[in-house]
Design a protein around this ligand. Structure first.
Ligand SMILES: [Zn+2]
Ligand SMILES: [Zn+2]
Length: 95
């Protein structure tokens, strides 16, 4: 039998939950967590591993870099302009 016990399946959560007693750890404990850290449960005192997965989304912006946007009309119907350098959009009402 090579079935994995459901208890040990990978389960992702937005909180750090003790795999022994289910206690959700305080923000103070989880704030600095790095992938592969161990945590000692505040409730039952057992230690367990934590894997941290964080997603990042990055977007460029000319203004951030003190450059001028190069606006092109992107959606004529709604007057939406898009910068062809960074992809930021802007709606213009005063045209
Ligand atoms: Zn616990
Ligand atoms: Zn731009």
């Amino acid at each position: 039998m090579n079935e994995i016990h459901p208890k040990f399946e990978d389960k992702f959560d937005t909180v750090v939950k003790c795999p022994y007693c289910g206690h959700i750890q305080d923000d103070e404990v989880t704030y600095d967590l790095m992938d592969g850290d161990t945590v000692e449960c505040e409730n039952c005192g057992k230690k367990f591993w934590v894997n941290v997965y964080i997603e990042y989304l990055t977007t460029p912006d000319c203004e951030l870099n003190h450059e001028k946007h190069e606006w092109v009309l992107y959606d004529k119907e709604h007057n939406i302009y898009m910068c062809k350098k960074c992809g930021q959009t802007e709606v213009r009402y005063d045209v």
